[in-house]
Ligand binder design. Structure first.
Ligand code: GLY
Ligand code: MN
Ligand code: MN
Length: 506
């Protein structure tokens, strides 16, 4: 058997295409009241737990047992030549160790004495008139379990004392240009390490604490409600921008003012642009709309995509593609559990897509093995199956890569390979998206793919004319890896439930 065909057989064997699909919805409907209670019961932001996780990584990766970790938060900024500020966005590594979501703070963690201090700005009363208070020490202590909260004016002296006379010998920074203010006599005596910290923080961040899981669960509950609302109102919308407006306002009304990334509401052929953000075209005459939108809850992201038939009913071609993407997603989700190589899920999705597009006659003129090993499926499934989600929508991956492709090619390239080195296995309390998609981007396919051997041989150009107006279909959920399987954190309606809502029959 050719190497490529062998791979496909292995993929099929491991993730049987005929899996009995679990019904994700039954067990997972979120009860809003109990969710609020659970959030309240969570208590403080676990900055100390996070700091200890980072210290454990520094210890196991670099045998570090002492030193001072220093992270600065986002400074207050104004636009160039303006007195106006961009929307505030806290630095994520800083937030992870502090739980403080306002400007001009810093955090220090003395590894040996296990002492975590949040440094906050003092706001003079005359400035309060203009911008109000930022949280003071009491408020910060109530929100986060840091050991101490102090005004930042005292930090320079504290750091000098720790480094010159305390148990800390080295200053651990995220970036070389993120050093704290150091007195002239301290600077020459300090050893600065700006390379060890980030990989250790990434390794800590990639496995979520229970508090973080609760935040991402809450962000998903809000986003799911907003997707539901958009579906309920779809028949009243005339333009993509109305979808964005309803999505954002529904999130804001439920307490989530910030989106984790720009809303994508791409109708018709706009659905084939992966990061379409214009959201200002009329829906009339379009077959479907891809809505990729997710809010943040206390800096933690959600990332949810639904594809909706604008008239309430898909065209035959759109229905075929929706059914195929739905199969890709369901089979991959149902295979999530600790120990699974995420890359294999990606390959499984690609294999389902390949077989499906061959059945539809869009791909052909070769065997499954030939077309698989050519990687032609990437013309239609051009991105990776998903990514980690956390403080960033595309969150850190830790030591290994979730999707590592041969030759540094794009994450969506399903090249034939059996290498697993550097590829990540899923662990309990990781949260990943599963977001297969199939797209018909005329410019990409005609301007690039069809001009490239051997892909042009395997694609039926006449057939494509029927599918270009579909645009694309993507379905995306956020999946928590549990002890022995998974929990789908996203309960935005999809499939038959979604179609009933759009048609006012729910
Ligand atoms: N919304 C960005 C993504 O799905 O990765
Ligand atoms: Mn995503
Ligand atoms: Mn998305």
């Amino acid at each position: 058997m050719a190497k490529s065909a062998k791979w496909l057989a292995e993929v099929e064997e491991e993730f049987d295409f005929g899996l009995d699909l679990v019904d994700e919805f039954d067990a997972l409907l979120v009860n809003v009241t109990s969710e609020e209670e659970k959030l309240a019961a969570l208590g403080k932001f676990p900055a100390k737990l996070h700091a200890r996780k980072v210290a454990a990584e520094l210890s196991s990766q670099h045998e570090v047992s002492s030193g001072l970790i220093y992270l600065s938060g986002e400074p207050s900024l104004t636009y160039e030549d303006s007195d106006q500020a961009p929307p505030f966005r806290q630095r994520r590594y800083f937030y992870y160790l502090s739980g403080a979501n306002f400007a001009d703070c810093a955090v220090t963690y003395d590894i040996k004495t296990d002492h975590l201090v949040l440094w906050i700005p003092y706001i003079e009363p005359r400035k309060v008139l203009w911008y109000g208070f930022t949280p003071g020490p009491e408020e910060c202590r109530a929100k986060s379990d840091v050991d101490d909260v102090r005004y930042i004016d005292g930090m320079k002296e504290y750091i000098a004392q720790r480094l010159l006379y305390g148990s800390a010998d080295t200053l651990y920074l995220l970036h070389a240009n993120h050093a704290p203010p150091l007195s002239a006599d301290t600077r020459p005596k300090v050893r600065i390490d700006a390379s060890s910290l980030r990989p250790c923080m990434d390794a800590a961040r990639v496995v979520k604490s229970d508090y973080e899981v609760a935040m991402i669960r809450k962000a998903n509950a809000v986003s799911s409600a907003a997707h539901r609302r958009a579906a309920e109102l779809l028949s009243t919308f005339k333009n993509e921008r109305e979808i964005e407006a309803v999505f954002r306002s529904t999130c804001a009304l439920r307490g989530a003012k910030n989106q984790a990334y720009p809303v994508i509401a791409g109708s018709g052929e706009n659905a084939a642009t992966l990061h379409y953000e214009d959201n200002d075209e009329d829906l009339k005459g379009r077959q479907l709309v891809v809505i990729d939108a997710g809010c943040e809850w206390d800096c933690y992201a959600s990332d949810v995509t639904r594809t909706l038939p604008i008239s309430g009913r898909f065209s035959d071609e759109a229905a075929e593609i929706y059914t195929l993407v739905d199969k890709m997603q369901r089979e991959c989700i149902s295979a999530v559990r600790p120990g699974v190589l995420y890359y294999k899920l990606h390959l499984h999705a690609a294999a389902v897509a390949l077989v499906g597009l061959m059945r539809l006659g869009i791909l052909g003129n070769g065997t499954v093995g030939q077309i698989w090993s050519a990687g032609t499926i990437a013309a239609f499934f051009p991105h990776g199956l998903g990514h980690h989600i956390g403080l960033e929508v595309h969150d850190v991956t830790g030591r290994d890569r979730l999707l590592l492709l041969e030759g540094g090619e794009s994450d969506g390239d399903a090249k034939d390979t059996s290498a697993t080195d550097g590829r990540q296995r899923l662990e309990k309390n990781m949260i990943v998206t599963i977001e297969p998609g199939i797209y018909f981007c005329r410019e990409y396919i005609e301007g690039y793919v069809l001009k490239t051997e051997p892909h042009c041989r395997y694609i039926n150009k006449d057939m494509l004319e029927k599918y270009y107006p579909v645009g694309g279909v993507r379905i995306e959920d956020d999946i928590l890896v549990t002890e022995d399987g998974y929990e789908n954190l996203t309960d935005a309606p999809k499939g038959e439930e979604l179609f009933r809502i759009i048609n006012g029959k729910a």
